[in-house]
Design a protein around this ligand. Sequence first.
Ligand code: HEC
Length: 168
Amino acid sequence: MAVVRQAATLLMILGLTLLGPVACTGSAPATKPAPTPPQIRAPAMAAPSHLPQSARRLLRQRMHRHGEAMNELMWAILYLDYERAEALGAEIAQEPRLARPLLRDATELNSMLPEAFFIAQDALAQQAAQVAAVAPDQDAKALSEAAGGLIDACLSCHAAYLRPPAQP
Ligand code: HEC
């Protein structure tokens, strides 16, 4: 399944080698501080040529948390911390969304974005809710699949954002 492969790839990027020893020891006793996940700095995203800098700045402010949340979520999954994975999934699912243009709070920024952006935004919330829903089952495979669906939503939106709109 493509989604599972993507999740596996991301997990590998984030350092799958850590999974072995951690998975064997189970969750840490409450007295020990949680291990600090290695800090991973995401490379800068390419700039979309069709959007003004001001729009980009606004969007980046709103989206900034995604990278952090995903980083934390991936470590929660790697460390089999289902409770944390559930909380992070719920947090991403509840993020305020940009309204589609034509709705009451439409702004100039909203109308510069393609429909695919808003579809991906909804998919993100849905997939994050799915992560939160499966986490309590403590089934590593199901959680990995849900996380793969979440990554799909991230990619779909970045693709919609970076691609210039089709010429009329
Ligand atoms: C609804 C659209 C959308 C979704 C869904 C989305 N992103 Fe983004 N993301 C953006 C936009 C727009 C930016 C701003 C890019 C820029 O700097 O021009 C961005 C920026 C980022 C950045 C760079 C932040 C920074 O401060 O430079 C990261 C990392 C990132 N996204 C990760 C993710 C991850 C991980 C997910 C999935 C959990 C995700 N995004 C889902 C639209 C989205």
